[in-house]
Structures are given as structure tokens and as C-alpha cells.
Ligand binder design. Sequence first.
Ligand SMILES: [Ca+2]
Length: 131
Amino acid sequence: MGSTWVMLNTQQGARSTAGSSDSASTVPASPLFLHDMSKLEQSVVSLVELFEQYAGQDEHKNQLSAAELKQLLEKELTCPEFKKKFNAEEVQETMKMLDKNHDGVINFREFCQFVGMLAKGYFKQKRCGKK
Ligand SMILES: [Ca+2]
């Protein structure tokens, strides 16, 4: 596990001292080896990558616009159990539900809460659904 983590932190001299003002915010293609990771680590990495993938479609790379959220809901929520709470057709409603700080976009923190809601819903259903 240790070696994988080293790979993730592409060794760019300890803490960019020379101010990274040059918008070189190109995400370094991290040589991730998901198969070397634990389930939890894989899940975390997947979530971050998923967020980056959808949030990165317009100029605001750290937040999901309504359009990006809609795409994410359409493509990533395919099972009826997951879709019933977050509907891509009612993206404005979903946006309202998730946009806790009311700035009109979904930041990573809000995205994590969204995933938490999905997880809780699934957990509840799994435990209470089938008996
Ligand atoms: Ca927000």
C-alpha cells in the first residue's frame, strides 16, 4: 500500500514554493493501481475521479453545474433503486436538495453528502428491504 501512495503524490518538490499562479492545474495523470488498493481506498479514489470527470467539463473544475450534475445523474445512476431519489429529469429539484450553501453549484463537499445519501439509502434498503 505504501508504494502506491508514493505513486499518487507525484513528487513535485515539497509544497510548490514558487506559487503555482501559472494555471498549470492540469491534473497529473496519476498512475493509480486500483487493484493494489483496499475497497475503501478504491471507493475514495473512484469518487474523487468521478467528481473531477464531471466537474471538469466547464471552466469551473471544482464544482458541478446543473448541466454537469444532470449528466452525472443520467450516466451514473442507472439502477431504479438509486434513481428514484435523484431524478435527472428533475435536476433543479435535485440541485436544490444538494446545494447546501445555495451558490447554485455542487462543490465536492456537497457531492460527498450526495454520495452519503445514496449509501444510506442503499444500506437501509438492503437491511430492511429483503426479509
Ligand atoms: Ca453549493
